[in-house]
Design a protein around this ligand. Structure first.
Ligand code: ATP
Ligand code: MG
Length: 151
């Protein structure tokens, strides 16, 4: 049963489908019986990374591995990269374009929010090549490994 491996495409600039990957992962975690607080932290962190790939990087893909005690989420894009990660991690710092601001994004809170919700965050970025975020969220109690009647 575990680990479960999920992959999702992330379409660049598409605000309508933005969030589909993180909601797909959220459903999978809930179905596996993962504790709700960990489901929430993983979903919030993945949503912010997914939206960043949509807004700042022309899209990418999400790779999710669910183990009994943790979920590992990789959001990868082939966008412009982040020239100064320290600056990007600061609350309120944003280069979001007007189109994204009109949709309510661009507060510069996404990366700090990912950091807060993740047990571990790795940012691998190269200017001109792209960015990969690896987000780890640990579960407070192990996910039940035996599939339920509907699983
Ligand atoms: N995948 C990415 N590719 C390139 N640049 C990125 C990426 N993710 C973040 N950034 C850069 O880091 C900045 C800060 O990101 P963060 O998510 O904290 O804020 P935001 O996306 O601008 O606004 P918010 O998340 O509050 O809507 C972005 O404005 C952008 O310059
Ligand atoms: Mg953001």
């Amino acid at each position: 049963m575990l680990p479960v491996h999920l992959q999702f495409p992330i379409r660049g600039g598409d605000f309508h489908s933005a969030g589909e990957a993180s909601s797909g992962m959220k459903k999978a975690l809930s179905k596996l019986g993962v504790d709700p607080s960990a489901v929430k932290r993983a979903s919030v962190a993945m949503y912010e990374a997914e939206i960043n790939a949509v807004i700042h990087a022309g899209g990418g893909e999400a790779d999710v591995e669910i183990f009994a005690d943790r979920v590992s989420i990789v959001i990868r894009d082939h966008g412009p990269g982040i020239p100064d990660v320290g600056l990007a991690m600061q609350e309120g710092w944003s280069t979001a374009p007007d189109a994204a601001r009109e949709m309510g994004f661009g507060a510069g809170m996404g990366l700090p929010n990912i950091q807060r919700n993740a047990d571990d965050l790795t940012i691998d970025t190269r200017v001109g090549e792209g960015t990969a975020l690896t987000i780890l969220v640990r579960f407070h109690r192990p996910a039940p490994t035996a599939p339920g009647p509907e699983a």
